[in-house]
Design a protein around this ligand. Structure first.
Ligand SMILES: [Zn+2]
Ligand SMILES: [Zn+2]
Length: 405
């Protein structure tokens, strides 16, 4: 088995497809993208993957340990039936976890991140929560007890994740008989809709049969209204992931009875204790659109190239590179994402994040270019140095332009 993580290889392909869909939506004058929103999606996705560099290794180790201690059946990873069980079994567990994530406050506080965007496009597929991976692995443990080999589980899990990318699009309509068994863009648009009949429907990952079997299926009949009932109103991935837990904690503190302070964590979203009147949802305050000048749009998109290359490499080579390289890569990615937040939210602190970042990246890239004896490495890092230097006046001009909000 190769040491290259397939999700890392998929990163440049996904970013390429997102750029293509964005380009088509512009050409066809169909407003399916806002750059600020898409950049926030990517920042959430990159953060999730960086946390996963540590957490996924631990949780996969736990799966392997349970398998080696209690695995009941002998299954060969060279048998096609083991792979069928892997793909189907992982998808059934995913259905269960996804349903839990919508129906239990504690699960929703992390999963809500995936639903915060008010757009629906391929970038939303990468908008992944940071904290779900801490508990999500538990639902797959029955597969370890059954005896599903870890390598089959690992690849089936990756396939499940990768499959769900392409269904986040408004460009593909209904797909005929394919819709009967498989999860499709139409089915998943319903899942992201806030229309009353669409809420808590279509939890499937690869297959839609689980929803049809367990009574959570809904067909797309009217255009979905995307987003959540309590919009986030920020592009910051840290806020996106932490704020739902803060509001759940506040709800817990505000409960008058001790038992309810605990119960609210496992209650369904919107639950109120006996004797306490439910507060009706106010009309969602949609349409957050804090934005940057056109020059900074271009600036951000140009920087997407090196940062997505770094993200792909860090994920792909997680089992190959020394930890210090991974840490430097993750630090660069996170720092870049925080610069994006400041740029699109028009924050006063942005220059104190972005200019030091450009200086550090330029300095580090120049050092690598000088130290390396490989001509290709020298070329790549010399280009990155030049790009960082040129970016300083580019950022300053855009940041100080009157178009900035
Ligand atoms: Zn969901
Ligand atoms: Zn989705």
């Amino acid at each position: 088995m190769t040491n290259i993580n397939p999700i890392g290889v998929a990163v440049p392909v996904f970013i390429g497809l997102i750029c293509f869909e964005w380009f088509v939506s512009r050409r066809k004058k169909r407003p399916f993208y806002r750059i600020n929103d898409a950049v926030s999606d990517l920042a959430c996705g990159m953060g999730d993957q960086m946390i996963g560099l540590v957490v996924a290794g631990i949780t996969f180790g736990l799966y392997t340990w349970v398998y080696s201690q209690w695995g009941l059946l002998e299954m060969s990873s060279s048998s096609v039936w083991t792979w069928v069980l892997g793909i189907v079994g992982v998808d059934l567990c995913y259905y269960g976890y996804h349903r839990f994530s919508h129906r239990v406050n504690f699960g929703w506080a992390s999963h809500v991140v995936h639903h915060q965007s008010e757009e629906y496009n391929l970038a939303v597929a990468l908008r992944q929560p940071w904290f779900a991976q801490f508990s999500g692995w538990l639902v797959y443990i029955p597969l370890a007890v059954l005896g599903l080999p870890p390598e089959v589980y690992g690849l089936s899990y990756a396939i499940n994740l990768l499959y769900q990318f392409w269904i986040h699009t408004r460009f593909i309509g209904k797909m005929g008989p394919f819709e009967w068994v498989m999860n499709t863009p139409s089915h998943h648009r319903v899942h992201h809709g806030t229309n009353p009949q669409y809420i808590d429907k279509n939890y499937g990952g690869i297959f839609i049969i689980w929803d049809r079997m367990f009574g959570t299926f809904e067909e797309e009949k009217e255009e979905p209204l995307y987003g959540i009932m309590k919009p986030l109103r920020s592009w910051n991935p840290v806020t996106a992931n932490v704020q739902p837990f803060v509001s759940l904690m506040n709800a817990s503190f505000s409960m008058p009875r001790l038992a309810d302070k605990f119960r609210v964590w496992i209650a369904e979203p919107g639950w109120t204790p006996d004797g306490v009147a439910a507060v009706p949802f106010p009309a969602p305050n949609r349409g957050y659109d804090s934005d940057a000048s056109p020059g900074l749009h271009l600036y951000t998109m140009a920087h997407l190239l090196p940062v997505s290359a770094a993200t792909g490499c860090v994920i792909a080579f997680v089992n190959v590179w020394p930890p210090v390289w991974l840490a430097v890569g993750a630090g660069y990615i996170f720092w870049t994402c925080m610069g994006w937040v400041g740029i699109f939210e028009g924050s006063a602190w942005t220059r104190w994040v972005e200019i030091p970042r450009l200086l550090c990246v330029g300095g580090a890239a120049a050092t690598v270019a000088i130290e390396s004896s490989n001509v290709q490495v020298q070329m790549i890092f010399a280009l990155l140095t030049l790009f960082s230097v040129v970016s300083i006046p580019w950022f300053r001009n855009g940041y100080l332009s009157p178009g900035r909000q």
